[in-house]
Write a protein that binds this ligand. Structure first.
Ligand code: MG
Length: 341
């Protein structure tokens, strides 16, 4: 007997979170509980507004999955069948993929990273994110970031140069910049990229809107820093086009539908000689435990989501000395906490 429970949950941010698209106080997520016999696997569908889907669409999609076809003997075919259902819903597929892998790991008595060839226990450096709202109290934000070796700085507004200079000067740490499509003039962007390359920036993520491919090709040919596609790369189908415009990609489970497709994208990107960042949306320890499985395959990890929320419904990962560490327990190695969203 296999069953799926779908629970609406609101992840609340510790501090207002501001990026180029605006300020939010939280993110809706759907917690997926897959039960099969005596085993319980968990997954999560995080729903930042830009993904264009919502709680009701996730639940409708997952309700259409034929659970009679679930078997622990061939979870890959079950997930491929779910991915062929239309209209596809990537966060829903990601949640299902996590829950299936969690449950299969529990059944096998093995931690998920073993199934993906990334070891038993993952321990990787991760960035710590500063939102544009942190400009109002940078010292406090840098205090929260003290353990972390690299910062990810959200930008894409009119005061960017002063904001990024303040972070560079006061933190003294390497940092990457995520403009979230907020810059539109390629000449000005190139000028800023040269400035950033002299102040400790490591790479820049999605400087321009996803539709401005021609400007991105121009910029790629001239940029002194690696340019990483986030909004421009949603799933596998975008990889060919993005190769011409960026040096690397930000792979997130919510965009591509889970660990299985994400591992495929990372391998394809490597063959194409691209850099890889494994990232997350605002997600709980469930989504981040799953993304962490793939982090050893990447150049960088940006997996601090649980640190930014006040009501994480899961436990099982730890942040120690700037490292994200999975538990090494079977499956995703997480447990549901007794709190409601
Ligand atoms: Mg981004």
């Amino acid at each position: 007997m296999t069953s799926l429970n779908l629970e609406s949950y609101r992840l609340r941010f510790r501090r207002p979170f501001t990026i180029a698209r605006g300020t939010r106080d939280g993110t809706d997520t759907v917690i997926v509980t897959l039960r099969h016999g005596s085993l319980t696997g968990y997954g999560e569908a995080s729903l930042p507004p830009y993904l264009g889907t919502d709680d009701a669409m996730v639940k409708k999609f997952l309700s259409s999955v034929d659970l009679h076809r679930f078997t622990l003997d061939d979870t890959g075919t079950f997930l491929e069948n779910a991915a062929s259902l239309g209209p596809r819903n990537m966060p829903a597929l990601a949640a299902l993929d996590m829950a299936v892998h969690d449950l299969a790991g529990l059944h096998a008595g093995e931690a998920c990273p073993l199934a993906f060839g990334t070891g038993e226990r993952v321990s990787v450096p991760t960035c710590y994110t500063l939102s544009m709202a942190d400009a109002s109290d940078l010292e406090s934000a840098l205090g929260s970031a003290a353990d972390f070796g690299m910062l990810k700085v959200k930008a894409g507004g009119p005061g960017d140069r002063a904001w990024l200079d303040a972070v560079a000067t006061r933190s003294g740490k390497p940092f990457c910049v995520d403009a979230n499509q907020g810059w539109t003039d390629r000449e000005q962007v190139l000028d800023l990229l040269h400035h950033l390359s002299e102040t400790g920036a490591v790479f820049v993520e999605q400087p321009m809107p996803a539709r401005q491919d021609e400007d991105m090709r121009w910029l790629k040919a001239r940029s002194p820093l690696p340019l990483i596609a986030d909004e421009s790369l949603q799933d596998e189908g975008d990889l060919d086009r993005v190769q011409d415009c960026f040096h690397g990609i930000n792979v997130k489970l919510m965009k591509c539908g889970g660990m299985r497709p994400a591992a495929r994208i990372i391998r394809e990107a490597r063959v194409a000689g691209m850099k890889v960042l494994v990232g997350c949306m605002s997600e709980s320890s469930c989504g981040v435990a799953a993304a962490a499985v793939l982090a050893p395959m990447a150049d960088w990890a940006d997996l601090d989501g649980p640190l930014l929320i006040a009501n994480d419904p899961f436990e099982g990962i730890e942040y120690r000395n700037g490292l994200l560490c999975t538990s090494g327990e079977p499956g995703l190695g997480i447990k549901r906490k007794n709190i409601r969203g």
